[in-house]
Design a protein around this ligand. Structure first.
Ligand code: ADP
Ligand code: MG
Length: 243
């Protein structure tokens, strides 16, 4: 009771291949969960299931005590930021943020615009309101995508490798924005290989391996784990790539 996200015995398969094996997870409001693990370990599948983007074979996911549909179906309480921004190229930055507000939340145009200006200020991109995404750097596009997700006021914000297509300095500015949200108490699930960034503000780290949570704990616990050689090898590899 009282958990914002409650995943119970979630099993997810693609055809005959099972990618999540009876996985359970509870997340409280205000937690910042860093999700790490090798490519193919099931990180995206897990967060996509929580975001309602995938049908679920067996098990249950509750958001704020309400079960999400087995057949999938997005939930306004859950927002998602993807690796490749997914901004609409033929809309301005401002329109990218106001459009879902008008169409989904039926906001009045002036209210939507006021909110978009406020959110762009928050991600330090006020001056880009009337520009098109093609004129922005990757880091700026990702900050617009974050502003767009925040516009829906999600209780849970999910990031799936938000910086993996960015150069290191642009990646840094995106993590600055995420770190700011962390200070404001936004509940977040963040899939990333950037362990030096995530360890600064995650309240908990999950290490996924073969579709199961193999280790979890505070960043100090997980990143100093000496027993699990799969985890140690993974950390060594991403630290090397992060240099
Ligand atoms: P990660 O995000 O950790 O790299 P994924 O959740 O994307 O892992 O993938 C987990 C496994 O599921 C992988 O073996 C991947 O090939 C498989 N998979 C992911 N999406 C699909 C799909 N739409 N159809 C078939 N197999 C998929
Ligand atoms: Mg992935």
């Amino acid at each position: 009771m009282g958990e914002l996200i409650q995943v119970t015995n979630l099993t997810k398969s693609y055809g005959s291949v099972t990618v999540l094996h009876s996985l359970s997870l509870q997340v409280h409001s205000g937690e910042i969960i860093g999700i790490i693990g090798s490519s193919g370990s099931g990180k995206s599948t897990l967060v996509r299931c929580i975001a309602g983007l995938e049908p679920i074979a067996s098990g249950e996911i509750r958001i704020d005590d309400t079960p999400i549909s087995k057949s999938g179906g997005t939930n306004r309480k859950v927002g998602m930021v993807f690796q490749n921004f997914n901004l609409f190229p033929h809309y301005t930055v401002g329109e990218n943020i106001t459009m879902p507000l008008k169409t989904v939340l039926k906001a009045r145009p002036d209210a939507a615009e006021t909110k978009a200006h406020y959110l762009l200020e928050k991600v330090h991109l006020s001056e880009k309101y009337d520009q098109y995404p093609s004129s922005l750097s990757g880091g700026q596009k990702q900050r617009v995508a974050i502003a767009r997700a925040l516009a829906m006021e999600p209780e849970i914000l999910i990031f799936d490798e938000p910086t993996s297509s960015l150069d290191p300095e642009l990646s840094h500015e995106v993590f600055e924005t995420i770190s700011q949200l962390a200070k404001e108490g936004q509940t977040m699930l963040i899939v990333t290989h950037q362990i030096n960034a995530i360890r600064r503000f995650a309240t908990r780290i999950l290490f996924l391996n073969n579709g199961a949570i193999e280790e979890e704990g505070t960043p100090e616990d997980v990143f100093s784990n000496r027993e699990n050689t799969t985890l140690r090898n993974f950390i060594r590899q991403v630290e090397f790539e992060d240099l």
